[in-house]
Ligand binder design. Sequence first.
Ligand code: FES
Length: 106
Amino acid sequence: MAKITYIEHSGAEHVVDVETGLTVMEGAIRNLVPGIDADCGGACACATCHVYVDPAWMPLTGQRESMEESMLDFAGDVRDNSRLSCQIKVHDALDGLIVRMPEQQG
Ligand code: FES
């Protein structure tokens, strides 16, 4: 279980407990967090689950895989800390994770 803070582009914060084994995207969808649409359901095929990982957490969320990298080409305003939230598995060490949603998913 990890407590994850999702911050919308507007600044609205949503703090939710996400079960280990789910993805950061699934944690948002199951808790009705706005700003993550996840149109493809987690297949790394839509880029509507784009988030910015708080820089302090980047070492714990892992690296982008090549498929994620190419899908991010379809996302807007991609930054160094951009990830597809469906590709980040939740584990206990992510307790306290902070992610922010980009403007176009607001
Ligand atoms: S949900 Fe579609 S790429 Fe993540």
